[in-house]
Design a protein around this ligand. Structure first.
Ligand SMILES: Nc1ncnc2c1ncn2[C@@H]1O[C@H](COP(=O)(O)OP(=O)(O)OP(=O)(O)O)[C@@H](O)[C@H]1O
Ligand SMILES: [Mg+2]
Length: 253
């Protein structure tokens, strides 16, 4: 029996994503290294450059991208028409389980998480996008395995801080994904200058070192205003990372 016969949503997912030239997922096995912040800011930077951008929060049990993006999930109800149309938030088409769960706890496990991911991917109508940015939860469990298996064309951006613990986790995750030709970039967050160990890791993995992003405490005051965040030193680093990424990705027509 083929996978599509086991779960017909898998074929639908393939069709839904088929028109998107670039899918970039921000991953790390360590939590709190900046995946959400950076994925939202990369989406905002691409949108600021006039590109059509979607953002998908795949952190099913603890979605937070809406907070950085400034999506008022209490009031927004995604429109439904042969699927769900991701609302436009500050120029970015944004989809998140948070529209439905609010800030309530979402205690799901294993197969339930997989099912929610497939449902979200199957129902979301992205229209034509140049880029889809995916904010992943930490770890190497259900969400990452779903992404690797069913969003085959997604390219991965590994986020790490220069701390030893983050680097050990990054190397572990790298072992899982290396050899699949999917790891595209490594970004060093909360770091005032490039760290040799992170640059070496990127080189060893055949990924682009996308640079270091400094720690800027003021970002906390700018939550919900991603375009203002782009005007800080973090934004400068994000812009440099996007330049490097765009050099290496398919240019949207
Ligand atoms: N460069 C930075 N400067 C200032 N604050 C930062 C920076 N990067 C991340 N942060 C802050 O650090 C915290 C963790 O970041 P974030 O939530 O993006 O990490 P994460 O990897 O998505 O976490 P999780 O693994 O839990 O999903 C947030 O409060 C975020 O605003
Ligand atoms: Mg996160």
């Amino acid at each position: 029996m083929s996978e599509a016969e086991v779960d017909p949503r898998l074929a639908v997912i393939g069709r839904r994503l088929s028109g998107i030239p670039n899918i970039l997922a921000f991953v790390s096995s360590k939590g709190g290294v900046g995946k959400t912040l950076l994925s939202v800011l990369v989406a905002a930077e691409l949108s600021r450059r006039g590109l059509k951008v979607g953002l998908l929060d795949l952190d099913i049990t603890n979605p937070t991208a809406h907070i950085v993006l400034g999506a008022n999930i209490e009031e927004i109800v995604p429109e439904e028409e042969k699927g769900v149309i991701p609302p436009d938030i500050n120029g970015i088409k944004f989809m998140s389980i948070a529209y439905y769960s609010g800030e309530n706890p979402i205690p799901l496990r294993g197969i339930e998480i997989t099912s929610v991911i497939r449902e979200v991917l199957a129902i979301t109508r992205w229209s034509d996008l140049d880029y889809l940015i995916v904010d992943m939860p930490p770890g190497m469990s259900d969400e990452l395995l779903e992404l690797l298996t069913y969003i085959k064309k997604s390219l991965l951006i590994l986020v790490t801080t220069p701390s030893v613990l983050s680097l050990v986790s990054a190397k572990r995750l790298a072992k899982l994904i290396e050899g699949r030709g999917r790891l595209t970039g490594v970004i060093e967050n909360m770091s005032s200058s490039p760290t040799e160990l992170v640059v070496e890791l990127a080189n060893k993995l055949g990924a682009i070192y996308l640079g270091n992003v400094p720690y800027v405490p003021m970002l906390e005051e700018l939550m919900g205003r991603p375009y203002e965040m782009l005007n800080t030193q973090v934004g400068e680093a994000v812009s440099r990372a996007v330049n490097l990424l765009k050099l290496n990705l398919r240019e949207p027509s």
